[in-house]
Design a protein around this ligand. Structure first.
Ligand code: 5GP
Length: 209
């Protein structure tokens, strides 16, 4: 069975990544969404093990020390990281694994896995971004300001991603993401082993072996 591909999805806080991911997972069965570990407090409605594995700084630092995270970063005063085991298991099972992480995490993942497919989600405008952040009603004014500042910083790094998804219409975006992933799976870069093999077979055949 073919291994799945690794996908990073980033986007400004409030870009609608969570909703997009839920819909993508509901619509297609080839994806596995990695659940990150974080030291931030759960928001209302968030469940441990579903949105995140919520942990103390101590437990998080132990996990780092055990090399149990593929990457981790600090974001607005909290740690966020990707547990290694789940990602490796799912890739081996042929699932396309999505990491919903911020830009520093994407850069670390890219160093280790240059073939990672990096997607960036943005709302159609800055005004819409602010409206969504405030509309969520879960963040304090101070947290909203921090997230907007952080978004300004992340806006400079968008070109490090291969594709940009403008989140205007949920279903359209889900279809776009799926289309991009399907195309990426056929890229020559991600099929190096197949190409090497068929090249050799054709070479042998042409020599009459
Ligand atoms: P939030 O607090 O809004 O759930 O997430 C804050 C930011 O942390 C988002 O940009 C989200 O993509 C990012 N994030 C979530 N999990 C991880 C992770 O495991 N690693 C990294 N580097 N960023 C993460």
């Amino acid at each position: 069975m073919n291994r799945g591909i690794l996908i990073v999805l980033s986007g400004f806080s409030g870009a609608g990544k969570g909703t997009l991911m839920k819909e993508l997972m509901k619509t297609y069965d080839n994806y596995a969404l990695s659940v990150s570990m974080t030291t931030r407090s759960p928001r209302q409605g968030e469940i441990n093990g579903r949105e995140y594995f919520f942990s103390t700084r101590e437990t998080f630092e132990e996990k780092i020390a055990q090399n149990g995270l593929i990457e981790y970063a600090e974001y607005c005063g909290n740690y966020y990281g990707t547990p290694r085991d789940y990602v490796e298991e799912q890739l081996a099972k042929g699932k396309d694994v999505i990491l919903e992480i911020e830009i520093q995490g994407m850069r670390k993942v890219k160093q280790m896995f240059p073939e990672v497919l990096a997607l960036f989600v943005t709302p159609p405008s800055a005004a819409e971004l602010e409206r969504r952040l405030r509309g969520r009603g879960t963040e304090t004014e101070d947290a909203i300001k921090k997230r907007l500042m952080r978004a300004a910083g992340e806006a400079d790094g968008v070109e490090d991603y291969e594709y940009i998804i403008i989140n205007d219409d949920l279903q359209a975006c889900v279809a776009q993401i799926h289309g991009i992933v399907q195309a990426a799976k056929l890229s020559t870069m991600r099929n190096a082993a197949f190409i090497k093999n068929i090249r050799k077979e054709i070479g042998d055949l042409s020599k009459g072996e």
